[in-house]
Design a protein around this ligand. Structure first.
Ligand SMILES: [Zn+2]
Length: 515
């Protein structure tokens, strides 16, 4: 082969390694970014050592970009690093095996040629023999030198300098890592919380952080399929439950917002206060148990801001939480805040339910039924406590895309992913002591969706409720105006016509979602 053709082949192989963004979002802009990125890094092909290092990095980066994209439909952001650095092999494998077949095929569609391209470049290195190609490569180096010079002259920080080139593939990932790093400073910061303005309304409070449960499949919220909330029907009149919009489609984005009731991107440098801090300020003993290893704000906060913290073996069935809950209930001093962080309904839903509890053909419905069984059990244990005011607050972090939108249950961008159940149960003593509060909650419940069937509230409501229960804000004493009648519009029909990207609506419905 002539050196010219070898150079052309090398250039094509090289560009292919830069193509993951184009693979994720085919558009002229992605195509341009691919070509520009490839040209800027073309200098790597000038030498054998840099060629070989570069192809290995590009293969790994491509796998990360596409692997993450097909799991959560986003380019690697800071939550990618939270997930990667805090995950374990079992969970990673479950994610991998929960892929839709066509997503896996798309991933391989890039990866197999990429491996071939990398092998070719590895053996051909240094592969740029054509004079024009070499000139282009050197030109790229000149651009980088200019970037360094400008950054130095203008006194940019590393973060700012990298931000200038974050659209150059694969530097997005470096930028995301730096965001993750700088945020990890504020992650550890626990802000000072003001003393409660009112006495706490409860003596025992259970907060359940759910996982991957969509409001669209809650029978209590109108789902007409299986009675997924059957175990909770007996206590229906002791609870309020409504569908709310969540701010994102993955745990890293959504749980911190549930816990703090505020925007978490970027993380407030002075630290973010959580319901754990409000409880601490009110003198609560705090026990937290988690069945998830996800790194980042949530587990750190639970660990740092609880008197007792317990991490179960990742991916255990959620029933394993019950024994620890009962223990804590029996031994924990009052007032008491218990947090249970469930594994819920993901990523392989059929594995989230003990076989004997799998009642229906639909594994997702089964997992919600199982969650309901556990919630009912925990409620029952709380209800049996004498002489205390007790409450349970449950919300799911995000939902899932449904099979009607292609493949299996998976993290996605359709409406069912962005609407989650928010539930509050109150025992008799608590309801009787606060009749106006209780009536207002019921009004809220009956006006939970608007005339178009869209949830009126978002997940910030959970923190509102918790602030009131813990005395950070005083409970309203005036009865709210009469509410609209319950809507029969919820949930929307499950059909392939409802599989569009709901993210734009979420931007309107949830202040913490705004990009
Ligand atoms: Zn999640």
């Amino acid at each position: 082969m002539s050196t010219r053709w070898m150079s052309v082949l090398s250039a094509l192989a090289w560009l292919w390694l830069f193509a993951p963004m184009l693979w994720m979002w085919p558009s002229s802009r992605s195509a341009l970014e691919t070509v520009v990125s490839g040209l800027l890094f073309l200098f790597c092909l000038l030498w054998r050592g840099t060629t070989r290092t570069a192809v290995v990095i590009l293969l790994l980066a491509g796998c990360s970009f596409l692997g993450y994209f097909f799991a959560v439909r986003s380019a690697p952001d800071e939550f990618f690093w939270y997930s990667v650095l805090g995950s374990n092999p079992t969970e990673a494998w479950e994610y991998a095996s929960s892929y839709r077949i066509n997503d896996a095929a798309l991933l391989l569609g890039w990866l197999l040629p990429a491996i071939a391209a990398a092998l070719y470049l590895w053996h051909a290195a240094p592969a740029l023999h054509n004079r024009w190609m070499r000139r282009l490569a050197w030109l790229g180096l000149v651009v980088w030198a200019l970037w360094i010079a400008v950054s130095l002259v203008k006194g940019y920080s590393m973060t700012k300098a990298i931000a200038r080139v974050e659209n150059v593939y694969p530097l997005t990932m470096v930028k995301a890592y730096m965001d993750y790093q700088s945020n990890s400073q504020s992650l550890y910061t626990i802000p000072k919380v003001p003393a409660p303005v009112a006495p706490p309304m409860v003596d025992v409070l259970l907060v359940v952080l759910g996982e991957s449960s969509s409001a669209h499949r809650w029978s209590l919220l109108g789902y007409q399929g299986n009675d997924t909330n059957a175990p909770l029907q007996a206590v229906r009149d002791q609870m309020v439950v409504l569908p709310v919009t969540t701010n994102g489609n993955n745990t890293g984005k959504t749980l911190p917002v549930l816990m703090t009731g505020q925007r978490m991107h970027p993380l407030p440098a002075e630290g973010a206060d959580t319901y754990l801090d409000w409880a601490g300020a009110a003198g609560f003993h705090r026990d937290s148990m988690t069945n998830q290893m996800a790194a980042g704000f949530v587990n750190l906060a639970l660990r740092q801001r609880s008197e007792k913290f317990l991490q179960l073996q990742d991916g255990s069935l959620d029933g394993a939480l019950t024994q620890h809950f009962s223990n804590s209930l029996a031994k924990g001093p009052k007032p008491l805040l218990i947090t249970l962080h469930m594994y819920g309904s993901h990523p392989r839903v059929e594995r989230r339910t003990p076989p004997q509890a799998a009642r229906w053909a639909d594994p997702y419905d089964n997992s919600i039924l199982y969650t309901s069984t556990l919630l009912a059990d925990w409620i029952q244990q709380l209800d049996a406590l004498p002489h205390v005011r007790a409450a349970v607050v449950y919300a799911s972090d995000h939902g899932q895309d449904f099979p009607v939108c292609g493949g299996s249950y998976t993290h996605g961008v359709t409406r069912s992913t962005y609407e989650v159940p928010l539930m509050l149960w109150a025992n008799k003593a608590l309801r009787q002591a606060n009749p106006v509060w209780w009536t207002n909650l019921q009004h809220m419940q009956s006006a939970a969706v608007d005339a178009q069937g869209i949830p009126r509230y978002n997940t910030l409501l959970m923190a509102d409720w918790l602030r009131t229960l813990l005395g950070q804000t005083a409970s309203v004493q005036q009865p709210a105006a009469g509410a609209a009648s319950a809507s029969s519009l919820y949930p929307p029909q499950e059909s392939s016509s409802n599989c569009g990207n709901w993210n734009d609506r979420v931007q309107e419905l949830h202040p913490a979602a705004v990009r």
